[in-house]
Design a protein around this ligand. Structure first.
Ligand SMILES: NC(=O)c1ccc[n+]([C@@H]2O[C@H](COP(=O)([O-])OP(=O)(O)OC[C@H]3O[C@@H](n4cnc5c(N)ncnc54)[C@H](OP(=O)(O)O)[C@@H]3O)[C@@H](O)[C@H]2O)c1
Length: 333
């Protein structure tokens, strides 16, 4: 099968399109024929091996342990391993797997859910990681109906889900923060108010927020806290930095240490893919409350270009990778 592989950490130039062996599903795993894959900042981190803390966390000290990149996936179950009960050959699914930038990939049964019928494979392939992150951030923020929410980084992969989910979960007022060219997009997602951070400081607020999701921009904690109501919650999701050792995680650590000494709740987030979250996201999608925003779709050989575009910061929502066309039962015969 064709796959995008790498043998050393580095920039997109280390990636190659190669013919490799098709993987074999182990116990509790399924083999997927991959229709589409999703791209997110995590792919860049695993490709470059930065921040270095990630290497120590088990991804490979000197070289990537897993040669094929990509985690977000949409595809069809081709075969099932021992003990798999929830899926069978032919099911259309989405979720996370090991190495989705390939024509076939193995996924744990628990990492998958049925693909929402409303979505194309490209749309379904960009949901799992960013959508779960947004959902888990709103839950960690204990969002309750009627609350005021500020989403910083609202036009990106996680932010486009966070704005829609905050509204779907009953937030009374959602403000999305983004740069000038993306303001219309954020409004179209249902934001009640949009702040262009190139013209205004989003933390200079008249009406403070019950919940702030910090997804882009790396503002210092003291600035972010200016936007919070007296008992408000700040969830630090991420933000790209040049920090080679722990990346942007220093703010998450400082938030955790400071939190017991303030009336604000300050938390970091580490997303954990969970089957129940995939099902919840699927229900929001089927109800029409949540729609993935696909900026652009690239064919498999152009993954390096897709990663470059993501890092340039122009993406609105998500980038999808088209891997294999859906072959219908009719055309197989
Ligand atoms: N904690 C976790 O488990 C977890 C999970 C997933 C992702 N993350 C991290 O979360 C971050 C965001 O991920 P993503 O997939 O949403 O990335 P993304 O698609 O690149 O989006 C980031 C957004 O931040 C905006 N931004 C950049 N500078 C900003 C500023 N100064 N103020 C406000 N917004 C700004 C960018 O667009 P504009 O500037 O044009 O508006 C962009 O839309 C990344 O660092 C990622 O690694 C963490």
């Amino acid at each position: 099968m064709r796959a995008i592989v790498q043998d050393v950490y580095g920039p997109p130039e280390v990636l190659r399109l190669e013919e490799i062996e098709r993987p074999v599903p182990g116990p509790g795993e399924v083999l997927l024929r991959v229709h589409a894959a999703g791209l997110d900042q995590g792919v860049w981190h695993l490709m470059t091996g930065t921040p270095y803390a990630l290497r120590a966390a088990g991804f490979g000290l000197r070289a990537p342990g897993q040669r094929v990149r990509g985690m977000d996936v949409a595809g069809r179950v081709e075969a099932v391993g021992a003990g798999v009960t929830r899926f069978r050959r032919g099911d259309e699914v989405y979720g996370t797997c090991a190495g989705s930038f390939a024509e076939y990939a193995c996924a744990k049964e628990d990492g998958l859910a049925p693909r929402p019928a409303r979505l194309t494979p490209e749309e379904a392939a960009v949901v799992a990681i960013s959508g779960s992150t947004a959902l888990q951030a709103l839950r960690a923020g204990r969002l309750t109906p009627g609350q005021r929410v500020l989403v910083i980084g609202a036009a990106g992969g996680v932010g486009t889900y966070a704005v829609q989910l905050a509204k779907a979960l009953g937030a009374g007022h959602v403000t999305g923060v983004c740069s000038t060219p993306k303001t219309e997009l954020v409004r179209s997602l249902g934001a009640d108010e949009v702040v262009d951070y190139t013209r205004e400081d989003p933390t200079d607020v008249v009406h403070p927020y019950d919940l702030v999701l910090d997804i882009g921009g790396n503002r210092p904690l003291r600035r972010l806290r200016r936007a919070l109501a007296p008992r408000g919650t700040l969830i630090i999701v991420g933000g790209e930095t040049d920090g080679r050792w722990i990346g942007g995680h220093d703010r998450q650590l400082r938030a955790l240490l400071l939190s017991p000494f303030t009336r604000h709740r300050l938390r970091g987030l580490v997303v954990t893919p969970r089957p129940e979250d995939l099902r919840a996201l699927g229900e929001f999608i089927e109800s029409g409350a949540l729609t993935p925003v696909v900026d652009r779709t690239y064919p498999l050989p152009e993954v390096p270009d897709a990663i470059r575009r993501l890092r340039e910061g122009h993406v609105r929502g998500k980038i999808a990778i088209r891997v294999q066309e859906i072959v219908s039962a009719v055309s197989v015969r």
